[in-house]
Design a protein around this ligand. Sequence first.
Ligand code: PEP
Ligand code: MN
Length: 256
Amino acid sequence: IGDVRFGGDEVIVIAGPCSAESEEQVEAAAAALSKAGAKMLRGGAFKPRSSPYSFQGLGEKGLKILRGAADRHNLKLVSEVMDIGQIELVARYADMLQVGARNMQNYRLLEAVGKSPRAVLLKRGPSATIDEWLLAAEYILDGGNSNVMLCERGIRTFESHTRFTLPLASVAYVQQRTHLPVVIDPSHGTGHTYLVPSMARAAIAAGADGLIVEVHPKPEQAMSDGYQSLNFEQFAEMMAGCAKIAGAVERKLGDL
Ligand code: PEP
Ligand code: MN
């Protein structure tokens, strides 16, 4: 993605709010994240929410805000596409398209992002087996788009202490089976702010090529996923810990 390369020596960190909420929120996040060593900004403009009464995202206005902040702070941008009709619009603003967990088995959407010139971050469906996840990636590759990354974001199990169960064996397993870079999402994977830094470090130890982490200037006021978001200080601390682990497994974390 431009000069940001996933799958090399460097572990790439993607960070940002769950949803773009306002110019001030996204600008503050992009500034702090870039300073702390993130290479890409994340943020949803179209949000797949469990409840139809929850905040659904700012749409194009959110994409404009995200793009502006990403450019000002030298970050690449990833944002979610929920349906085929949004691909062209999101691709106009974002450097990478996210296909969310709920859409991993939306085969027509997978085929359509396979025709896009943008890289795709394919999240694992919470009830999908690894084979189903890899075959979903195959739909995108078969469509002609070879820039696909896999994102493990946790699966549904009987455990209720964490929002999902984050299987880090996925990293080692899919690296055996495919050449595609693997990114871990410790935010959705745990559902609790206090668990995110530990699982971020563990993901790097396991060999992940990147992380995608939710960060918000004021997590307690976030319009979505605040309970699993880090504040800026927590993010900087997480990055310092991750850099040490990256060094131990002969990778690096940007300039840290
Ligand atoms: C998100 O990234 O905010 C999101 C909705 O993720 P997932 O599709 O993994 O639930
Ligand atoms: Mn989220």
